[in-house]
Design a protein around this ligand. Structure first.
Ligand code: ZN
Length: 170
């Protein structure tokens, strides 16, 4: 994760901080960027990806609003689900692709948690309710997220307002 990505998380309020002081009284501040849960266990966490590294055709992170970044993360999660890489953050069952036609117990949603932990998670509809109990006391400084896998998002269709502007002149 580069400095620009960290700076963007700071400016959007997605960074979390911990301050520690040693016996000599020197104070250190540590920060943790947002994460994504690809499953129910502590070792299922990865760092949130940057759009540039995923071939995303939209804006670069620097120019994104939080809403636009959310859209990118959702497109990324859909690619992760298609690849069979995502399990429910609550029950651990594999998240199935093609959510249009899934039977009710398999329908799922991606959600953004902004508590002590800032995390995107994929859960079944029925697993949303018990999730807060699991999240209580989860602390970003106790996790050791991995780097995110890369999916090719170059074919993603952007919402109309995010289409690159047409060339003008001549
Ligand atoms: Zn579930």
């Amino acid at each position: 994760m580069d400095d620009e990505q960290r700076a963007w998380y700071r400016s959007e309020g997605l960074m979390r901080y911990a301050v520690s002081a040693d016996e000599q009284g020197s104070v250190a501040e540590d920060e943790r960027p947002p994460v994504i849960a690809l499953g129910p266990h502590d070792n299922d966490f990865i760092w949130a990806p940057a759009p540039e590294a995923q071939g995303y055709p939209g804006k670069s992170l620097r120019d994104m609003t939080l809403d636009e970044y959310n859209i990118f993360i959702y497109r990324w999660l859909e690619a992760a689900v298609r690849a069979g890489d995502v399990r429910c953050a609550h029950c651990g069952r594999l998240i199935l692709d093609d959510y249009q036609d899934l039977p009710d117990p398999d329908t799922w949603d991606a959600i953004l948690i902004e508590k002590e932990l800032v995390a995107w998670m994929v859960v079944h509809f029925d697993c949303k309710k018990p999730l807060p109990k699991k999240l209580k006391g989860m602390h970003p400084f106790e996790l050791a997220p991995r780097d995110p896998p890369t999916y090719d998002l170059s074919e993603v269709r952007l919402p109309p307002e995010e289409q690159p502007a047409a060339e003008t002149g001549h």
